[in-house]
Design a protein around this ligand. Structure first.
Ligand SMILES: Cc1cc2nc3c(=O)[nH]c(=O)nc-3n(C[C@H](O)[C@H](O)[C@H](O)COP(=O)(O)OP(=O)(O)OC[C@H]3O[C@@H](n4cnc5c(N)ncnc54)[C@H](O)[C@@H]3O)c2cc1C
Length: 515
């Protein structure tokens, strides 16, 4: 199953196991079971600490396997082959069940062990989804720490009946004790926050008690991370509060234009940002969403949705941007029931089906090219008279046999049967005719909106909602600076956001020494 190189790597990793694990597999004679049997043999061959046993016809999904400590049956289960992006999840599950300590704060581990209930998680993934492994790994880590947490990763491509029955049209989708728990990327802390609300209230109190920061950064994408590094290097008290450290790069698959890094993947880049920030004396306050900014005498207060109030002598706003939505009937109703924003993640769920991509810019055309290799048919709709993507992408798109391009198309409705999408309605902007396409998936790729709604009325924004900044990153409020995609700075790119963050930090430092 594994090639020689992967086998050698696996053996090297599994050397870190300090205690035995038992893998119990539920298999039959299908091709998927045979592949799983071969994979488990490779794992057993890679470490003397691993023993594999096989069962037939039990209550567990087939094919699946569970990684247990001897004499227990509460370890993480994989239903489907954890290859592709999930191979790391498999290796980590083996290591953690095999006694290798996870790289997580002891306080978080204690919180997991003290969770008050019994939790049975089911997580639906696709093996091409780059957001799924984080959620699988977070849940598996919880299962390894607390026997009252049970987790099954389910490959939607293998368990199609379940996917259809549960109406799953986006991954990762998580069920807890049989009911929908969440969808999309979730961190360990986010999951814990949802399960342990008393812990969140305690944390808000502790945050409010913090001394004012010299520089308080709101937003942890490339702009915020660069600002944090620059501010901390000046030796001033720096804090960075963000809803999701990493920002948009977490949703990016390949990055090839950050000068000096020839190519990397978004989540890897985000990890490197965090590592660089942690190298300095910066307080990272993650999973906190700001809801209000209030200038006070010599300080600026930032109120978080948790109720916590942080203070800074200067503040840098770097809250970035998010996917723009169509704002047509049916879009919200059928979100994750056919309407989706992540072609890399959700494409495999539409295998053999017809889909539309809305938006003819680079991201829309790239999405259509990707999807054409997976789904039956792609229709790309562009509002304008022509596509706006780079010529090389357009050429590739037009060479594909299962793609149609419709220009001058104004999407008017996402249509469904109450459960999931079954059509898309649009108006031909030239003839004025109303038209309809029968399909099962709609991938929206029409750009981004700045995350600045919470600042309306406090700070000067452009008509597009971007924070207006000057050449030093200063905003209309003294002591408040801004950087990156949430500002009027043209060209929204990682390297530009990072440079902008550095500039805002230097602007804030200059402000501090002058005042
Ligand atoms: C799919 C995709 C692919 C891309 N590919 C590339 C590429 O290949 N190369 C390239 O150069 N650029 C690429 N980009 C663009 C690039 O990711 C952005 O320009 C860059 O991430 C902007 O950085 P930022 O720090 O300004 O904002 P973001 O990355 O958006 O970060 C914003 C931060 O603010 C936080 N935040 C938002 N609101 C709040 C709030 N109210 N309170 C607290 N925190 C908040 C967010 O959680 C996040 O931490 C891509 C973008 C996408 C979506």
């Amino acid at each position: 199953m594994l090639d020689a190189n992967l086998k050698a790597q696996l053996a090297a990793y599994l050397e870190r196991m300090t205690q035995p694990v038992e893998i119990v597999a539920s298999l039959d004679d299908t091709k998927a079971s045979q592949d799983m049997r071969a994979l488990l043999k490779d794992i057993a061959d890679a470490s003397a600490q691993v023993k594999v046993t096989e069962t037939r016809g039990g209550p567990a999904r087939t094919p699946s396997f569970q990684i247990n400590r001897p004499g227990q049956n509460t370890g993480p289960r994989f239903a489907g082959l954890p290859m592709g992006h999930e191979f790391t999840s498999l290796v980590l599950a083996l290591l953690q069940m095999g006694g290798y300590p996870p790289k997580v704060d002891e306080a978080v581990l204690q919180q997991i062990r003290a969770l008050p209930g019994d939790y049975e998680f089911e997580i639906y993934v696709s093996l091409t989804c780059h957001n799924c492994p984080d959620v699988v790994q977070a849940l598996n880590l919880m299962a390894a720490q607390n026997p009252r947490v049970q987790v099954t990763m389910i490959d939607g491509a293998i368990f199609q009946d379940e996917v259809n029955q549960r109406q799953i049209m986006a991954v990762p989708t998580v069920f807890l004790n049989g009911t929908h728990f969440g969808q999309g990327r979730m961190t360990l802390e986010e999951i814990l926050g949802k399960l342990d609300t008393a812990g969140a209230a305690r944390q808000a109190e502790a945050l409010s008690a913090k001394e004012p920061f010299d520089v308080l950064i709101v937003g942890g994408g490339p702009a915020g991370a660069a600002a944090a590094v620059y501010a901390a290097r000046k030796g001033i008290r720096t804090g960075i509060a963000s809803e999701r450290f990493g920002g948009q790069v977490l949703d990016t698959l390949g990055i090839e234009n950050f000068v000096s890094v020839k190519e990397t993947e978004g989540p890897k880049f985000a990890m490197a940002l965090e590592e660089h920030v942690r190298h300095y004396d910066v307080e990272i306050i993650n999973l906190q969403r700001a809801k209000a900014l209030r200038p006070q005498d010599k300080l600026v207060e930032v109120e978080l949705e948790s109720g916590a109030k942080l203070k800074g002598r200067t503040v840098i706003l770097s809250t970035g941007a998010r996917w723009r939505t169509l704002n047509v009937p049916g879009e919200q109703e059928y979100r994750n029931k056919g309407v989706t924003f992540c072609p890399h993640c959700d494409g495999p769920l539409f295998k053999g089906k017809a889909v539309a991509v809305i938006g003819g810019g680079n991201s829309g055309v790239e999405a259509a090219i990707d999807l054409a290799g997976v789904v039956k048919h792609v229709t790309l709709l562009e509002f304008g008279a022509e596509l706006r993507a780079d010529a090389v992408l357009q050429k590739k798109l037009r060479s594909l046999p299962n793609v149609d391009v419709i220009v001058n198309a104004q999407t008017t409705e996402v249509v469904g049967d109450g459960q999931k999408v079954n059509a898309l309605a649009y108006k031909d902007r030239v003839s004025g005719e109303d038209k309809r396409l029968a399909l099962e998936g709609v991938f929206v790729q029409i750009g981004l909106v700045p995350n600045t709604e919470w600042l309306k009325g406090t700070i000067e924004l452009s008509k597009f909602g971007e924070i207006i900044v000057d050449a030093r990153g200063a905003t209309s409020l003294p002591g408040v600076f801004a950087a990156g995609d949430c500002t009027t700075v043209p060209f929204k790119q990682i390297i530009i956001a990072a440079g902008d963050g550095a500039k805002a930090a230097l602007g804030a430092f200059d402000h501090l020494i002058r005042n």
